[in-house]
Design a binder for this molecule. Structure first.
Ligand code: BTN
Length: 240
């Protein structure tokens, strides 16, 4: 079920609140906002909205036997990518960047914030369907750069369908299959990346694939591998 609200602070906050209050809201339930004035992004950043863009959240209920939670962001990124592929003239222009950003010609077009409280995981998704908000020091993408902006509501329906499939595949294939499909859709191994860790430190290196739990492998000086489990990743030469 997809519910649409005209304006809210954050669809993630709203769905979390519904689960806390014990209101009926489970997997398959979506909340989509026309406008969102307190959008939350990863790493404590804000997510800027714009008319015609997609801002929405859904619920995932963790089950015993689920694959490692660290691979769920990858599955969510694959779902958003699947919903976007039919909307671009050249599908290869879309790439995933760790853990779940979608890039269009190198500019970030979609971001996902996962927030967890006990068995409830809220996946909040922002997609620049119509407008690329101005973000300091970042090249952001919009579908409007490669064609007409798609209808938000039909995008929402396609995304909900892609999400069901992505969750089923994640649960059926587990971490190895999810990682293999994510790698096939990501920028190439060897791409230059800069990682800004939680302390604000910048680590430069080259993309060296993923660990079995979905963490990022970064080849740094002298061929050493740094394993990144949290941080903000920039694809050098494309973003900022
Ligand atoms: O920083 C990111 O890349 C993640 C951005 C996630 C934004 C979406 S918009 C809908 C949902 N509600 C929020 O407050 N945030 C997410």
């Amino acid at each position: 079920m997809i519910e649409i609200v005209a304006d809210t602070a954050s669809t993630n906050a709203d769905l979390l609140q519904r689960r806390r209050s014990g209101l009926p809201a489970g997997e398959g339930c979506w909340l989509v906002a026309d406008r969102q004035h307190g959008g939350r992004g990863r790493q404590g950043r804000a997510w800027l909205d714009a008319p015609g863009n997609f801002m929405g959240s859904t619920i995932i209920v963790a089950r015993a036997g689920d694959p490692p939670a660290t691979t769920l962001p990858l599955a969510c990124g694959l779902a958003v990518l699947e919903a976007l592929v039919p909307l671009v003239p050249v599908p290869g222009q879309l790439q995933l960047k760790w853990p779940n950003d979608v890039l269009l010609r190198g500019g970030k077009i979609a971001g996902i914030l996962l927030e967890r409280e006990s068995d409830t995981i809220i996946a909040g998704i922002g997609v620049n369907l119509a407008t690329a908000p101005l973000v300091a020091n970042r090249q952001v993408g919009t579908l409007g750069k490669v064609g007409p902006a798609p209808d938000r509501d039909s995008f929402a329906r396609n995304l909900a369908t892609a999400f069901v499939r992505a969750l089923e595949l994640w649960r059926a294939e587990g971490a190895p299959g999810t990682i293999a499909r994510w790698l096939a859709a990501a920028h190439p191994v060897g791409s230059a990346l800069a990682v800004h860790d939680d302390a604000g430190l910048r680590i430069g290196g080259r993309f060296a694939g993923l660990e079995p739990d979905g963490a990022l492998r970064l080849a740094v000086d002298a061929g050493a591998i740094r394993v990144i489990r949290a941080g903000d990743v920039v694809l050098e030469g494309c973003e900022a």
